[in-house]
Design a protein around this ligand. Structure first.
Ligand code: HEM
Length: 481
């Protein structure tokens, strides 16, 4: 009996106490002395239990309670709202969660102190891929990529290239009646992105590439030696082979027969010193750009369809603006210059990016100790930093009624550093112009030609396993209304 009582009232609480504080002793205690001699502190927070840290608390708020903001809100309540950064242990590493715009800005712009984290991206995306490259190599590759995809002449051509497929897709959706917006926008975006980069038309080759990309996307964030990771590496090799054959074919071609797609443009771009990209650099970056631009654009397009079906008043305003442009076109496609004049459409797009990034955060890893001077805290070397975009975008102090779809909120510019949909600093999204253009074009054809019957649309919570499935709308031609 005595032994059981000792166990119950002595050892069990002691074990519980040890479990609760183990990570604090292990990770925080040794740093305390360093911090106090430097007159600084670690951000407040709690490191959780061994191995898992605060993973279960995180999962509780995200998967069980389904109030992801309460994960941060509980920290705000406990450690104070003015702090803007909290220490924790998540996903196998001691971590700082950064919330305030000024801290995010500091991390985005300090590539000497923080390296962007794509843990396993190199074997899957290639060592020359933009997201993998660092320092000078990154700056050089980025200037090539921006040259190839963001220049006005490239955007002009892209605008014309994507429209036939957008028009055809909308027609077929309308004929089918009910569509699954998630699947259809993915299919449309994929077909267009392959067309833009390598000019392939739908057919068996495109189907093979599509399967290979699914494999890459499923494994790009997983870790070795998982099957998903191994499969992604194999899919990458197969895709590289397909694109290498295409590249060789073009190099041996008479250069008057250019396709003028993004592969061609990458073959021709020169950096400041007049150098072209090497074959490996080109292949890695075509794959990287397709991976980065595919799901991001598809999801934003899907949200666009969802919201327009839900908010007929927005669709009406969008239609007025787009009709005015289309009346002068006499059936011709709109141009990238037309798109830049469509102010209301641009505000609708801004919301789609914003909505999409409600689910995003960026991972960085500290290369050296960093002191956040503004708040007087230290981020120790080797710790991860998670930039918690959701905090910025769903904070009523930054955006009035943040979860409400209201394109007019963008009549005024967001407060500095609060709209971070494309990241920031040297790692800012390389395809943001391309994404804006593609979504505006979809919105244009949708608004001008179609109406929604939106009685059966329901919004599933984004973290549910049924992610996006119920998002379906019925398109009918405007004339059938
Ligand atoms: C809705 C559309 C898109 C959104 C919301 C988006 C968002 C982002 C964000 C937040 C980053 C920064 C990631 C980080 O710092 O780790 C990023 C990087 C990047 N994005 Fe996008 N993106 C979109 C579309 C595209 C498209 C269409 C392309 C190209 C075809 C593209 C290519 C890239 C590349 C290459 C990077 C890495 C840049 C670098 O490391 O320097 N993105 N994107």
């Amino acid at each position: 009996m005595g032994i059981w009582l000792t166990l119950l009232f002595g050892i069990v609480p002691l074990l519980g106490w040890l479990l609760r504080w183990w990570n604090e002793f292990w990770y925080v205690f040794p740093l305390r002395k360093q911090c106090s001699s430097a007159g600084t502190n670690l951000p407040p927070g709690h490191m959780g239990i061994p191995f898992f840290g605060e993973l279960f608390t995180f999962l509780w708020y995200f998967m069980v309670v389904r109030h992801p903001d309460d994960f941060i809100n509980s920290k705000r309540r406990k450690y104070g709202d003015g702090v803007g950064m909290y220490r924790t242990y998540l996903f196998g590493s001691p971590t700082i969660i950064a919330c305030f715009p000024s801290i995010n800005q500091f991390v985005f712009n300090s590539s000497d102190l923080f390296v962007g984290e794509w843990p396993t991206a190199e074997p899957v995306l290639g060592r020359n891929a933009l997201v993998v490259a660092q320092g000078k190599a990154h700056a050089r590759l980025k200037s090539h990529v921006i040259n190839a995809i963001n220049r006005p002449d490239a955007l002009r051509r892209i605008a014309l290239l994507v429209q036939p497929r957008v028009r055809a897709a909308l027609q077929s959706w309308a004929q089918n009646g009910k569509i699954n917006a998630h699947d259809e926008t993915k299919k449309l975006t994929f077909e267009n992105i392959v067309k833009l980069f390598v000019s392939y038309e739908p057919g068996p080759l495109l189907d093979t590439i599509s399967q290979l990309f699914v494999g890459i996307l499923q494994g790009v964030r997983s870790k070795p030696p998982t099957t998903a990771y191994q499969h992604a590496v194999q899919c990458r090799k197969d895709i590289e082979e397909i694109f290498r054959v295409e590249l060789e074919k073009r190099k041996n071609q008479n250069r008057t027969e250019t396709m003028d797609d993004l592969m061609d443009r990458m073959m021709q771009t020169e950096d400041d010193e007049g150098n072209n990209l090497l074959d490996e650099e080109m292949l890695d970056n075509i794959i990287n750009l397709m991976v980065a631009g595919y799901e991001s654009t598809a999801l934003s397009s899907m949200w666009a369809i969802y919201y327009l079906a839900k908010f007929p008043n927005v669709l009406k305003k969008l239609r007025e603006e787009n009709m005015a442009i289309s009346q002068n076109k006499k059936g011709d496609f709109i141009t990238s210059e037309d798109v830049s004049k469509m102010k209301y459409t641009s505000k609708v797009c801004m919301h789609q990016f914003y909505e999409k990034t409600h689910t995003s955060c960026f991972f960085f890893s500290g290369k050296d100790d960093a002191w956040i001077l503004l708040a007087g805290y230290k981020i120790p070397k080797g710790w991860k930093v998670i930039l918690w975009l959701r905090y910025l975008h769903t904070n009523p102090e930054n955006f009035e009624d943040p979860m409400c779809f209201n394109p007019d909120r963008w009549n005024e510019s967001p407060k500095p550093g609060t709209y971070r949909v494309f990241g920031g600093g040297p790692r800012i999204c390389a395809g943001n112009m391309l994404a804006r253009l593609q979504i505006s074009i979809l919105l244009h054809h949708l608004a001008v030609g179609y109406n929604f019957w939106h009685g059966d649309i329901s919004k599933s919570l984004w973290w549910s396993p049924e992610f996006m499935k119920p998002i379906a709308g019925r398109l009918i031609g405007a004339k059938d209304e």
